[in-house]
Design a binder for this molecule. Structure first.
Ligand code: PMP
Length: 356
């Protein structure tokens, strides 16, 4: 592909060229069939599922005692499945943006939601320090959103929850940095930002939480169903899982999460430095909560913002418009986003500022 542009979209978003190429080359090559035609009960798909799962385990260094599931319905379905399966009377939620609020809305259908932290009055410009989180008595779990895709904030400290299960929505920062999985009882993520295409949701869940999910619920909505059936209770999203495997292979071949994190930090620093050394661009996230994945900033007015976005587009940089909730510019620089694209953006920022 010679005409590839710099894709700053927030999700679905850029995929590694190596993964796309692998998918293209193998597309028709499954024993006289295409990957799009094979059975989810075939030995070919068994191998794909097993390898994808193993890559998740190896890359994230998941200890034993966890299930790795590939589900459908997006992270949004998890907002409901979590309280449906795991909440007894009440649960704690840290509210750090639009997606945490959506999670709260669903949880309220199943019990009492207690606010462990909120930055709403601060326009969601930051995530809490570990010490700011209040865990209530007899809570079933604490739910956090480790990266707030719209507000460009990310937890720099993972709260210590003791015996309270910690559940994290990592849709927009899964595998972007090294994390100790044993701190979490459950991690979930829609694949479409950092690890694959839209259509599959990764769920990593400790066995004691799976054990809680034997409830009188519709079969498809119970974690136990999917755990017992190795994500094959019904037809899983075969193609998205297959593409995810290629993306995870690329992460592995790039040196794993340690190496990916190093590049992610380098990329984010370039843009944050450009913001910090300018009086023209202003970052919207508090400096102790800045995201490695979504860098959000504003220009002096809407007219300049629009001009910036359209001129960037003409130069082959797309998807920079901030979410309507925040306005401004958002550069989503997920794992697969290349360093050279970040350098192109930073050069354009300097050039645009000079002209304005
Ligand atoms: N959580 C976060 C942090 C997100 O960024 C998104 C999607 N942008 C969602 C949840 C919702 O994901 P989905 O569209 O897969 O339901």
């Amino acid at each position: 592909m010679t005409n590839r542009i710099f894709n700053f979209n927030a999700g679905p978003s850029i995929l590694p060229l190596a993964a796309l190429t692998e998918v293209r080359e193998e597309m028709m090559n499954f024993g006289g069939m295409s990957i799009l035609e094979i059975s989810h009960r075939s030995k070919e798909f068994d191998a794909i599922l097993a390898e994808t799962k193993q890559l998740v385990i190896d890359l994230m260094k998941i200890p034993s005692g966890y299930q790795v599931l590939f589900l459908t319905g997006g992270a949004s379905t998890q907002f409901a499945m979590i309280p449906m399966n795991l909440m007894d009377k009440a649960a704690d939620y840290a509210v750090t943006g639009y997606w945490s609020k959506k999670a709260v809305t669903e949880a309220k259908l199943f019990g009492e939601v207690r606010t462990a932290f909120t930055s709403e009055t601060e326009k969601f410009a930051r995530c809490p320090k570990a010490s700011e989180i209040k865990i209530s008595d007899n809570t079933s779990y604490l739910h956090i959103t480790t990266n707030n895709t719209i507000y460009g904030t990310e937890y720099h400290e993972i709260p210590n929850t003791g015996n309270t299960p910690l559940i994290a929505d990592m849709s927009s920062d899964i595998m972007c940095r090294e994390l100790d999985v044993s701190r979490f009882a459950m991690i979930y993520a829609g694949a479409q930002k950092n690890i694959g295409p839209a259509g599959v949701t990764l769920v990593i869940m400790r066995d004691d939480l799976v054990a809680r999910s034997y409830r009188t619920l519709p079969t498809m909505f119970k974690y136990s169903t999917h755990a017992e059936n190795n994500s094959l209770y019904n037809t899983p999203p075969v193609f998205p899982i297959y593409v995810t495997r290629s993306v995870l292979r690329w992460i592995k071949n790039s040196g794993g999460i340690t190496a990916i994190e190093k590049v992610n930090r380098e990329k984010a620093k370039l843009i944050y430095d450009a913001i910090d050394t300018s009086n023209f661009y202003k970052g919207t996230a508090a400096s102790d909560s800045r995201s490695l994945m979504n860098v959000t900033f504003t220009l002096p007015n809407d007219e300049l913002t629009e001009k910036f976005i359209s001129e960037a587009k003409a130069k082959g940089m797309v998807g920079l418009k901030g979410h309507r909730a925040l306005g401004g510019v958002r550069a989503s620089i997920y794992n697969a986003f290349p360093l050279e694209g970040v350098k192109a953006l930073v050069a354009f920022m300097a050039e645009f500022e000079k002209k304005a």
